[in-house]
Design a protein around this ligand. Sequence first.
Ligand SMILES: Nc1ncnc2c1ncn2[C@@H]1O[C@H](COP(=O)(O)OP(=O)(O)OP(=O)(O)O)[C@@H](O)[C@H]1O
Length: 235
Amino acid sequence: MIAGLVKRFGSAVAVDRLDMRVEAGSIYALLGPNGAGKTTSLRMVVGLERPDSGSIHICGIDALARPLEAKARVAWLPDEPLLYEKLMPLEYLAFVAGLWSVPAAVAAPRASALLDALGLEAKRNARCENLSRGMRQKVALAGALIHDPDLLILDEPLTGLDAAAARVVKDMLRDRSRSGKTIILTTHILEVAERLADRIGIIRAGRLVAEGTPAELSGASGETLEDVFLALALG
Ligand SMILES: Nc1ncnc2c1ncn2[C@@H]1O[C@H](COP(=O)(O)OP(=O)(O)OP(=O)(O)O)[C@@H](O)[C@H]1O
């Protein structure tokens, strides 16, 4: 899906010939220390940064040659999502659905179901500016799901969520993957990667230094994922 991806900022190489393949219907966790190039890589996948070289294919579509088609299949949830502060969650979701040309008759029940599933029923009529950080994160997640993307890419999706909310989001991601949708996420919480992901990639200085199932990465030598991660990512 990603081959030979390179991104430089001035003379600094943020992503260095990155290769990554994510199977449809799977959950892939990208791990790596601060500054490893995770966000930059994913921003290129969703079309927010132009790579210096390399290729990106999303659902078989060449994302650099046919960006609009590719983008229609993807949703991106940044680590600090922006909401329209004066809108209420349902209004925000209706607005985002409109951007994706989702018909109102489809979007409205989907928005209600998402807010209910995320435990935001009581906040339907609150303005986004008055929501807590975790609630805002949930509204943004609902926004990312409103056009039912084939590929959902999330940057640190569980940061700032309480335990119950984190559980709801993890369950939602698992359900999506079971229904055939693909998910890529970054996380610094190794346990999340270990429990949620089908495959884990560890990135260091812009390069993939290890990849496998959680069991493959940690199982062979009897080490924990944390041992493996610290040795590979920081060592
Ligand atoms: N717009 C930019 N201009 C210049 N340098 C940038 C820019 N965006 C990212 N970088 C640099 O690229 C490198 C990779 O950053 P990136 O945000 O992709 O890392 P990350 O793995 O997501 O880190 P973190 O875990 O801290 O979020 C860093 O050295 C960063 O300073």
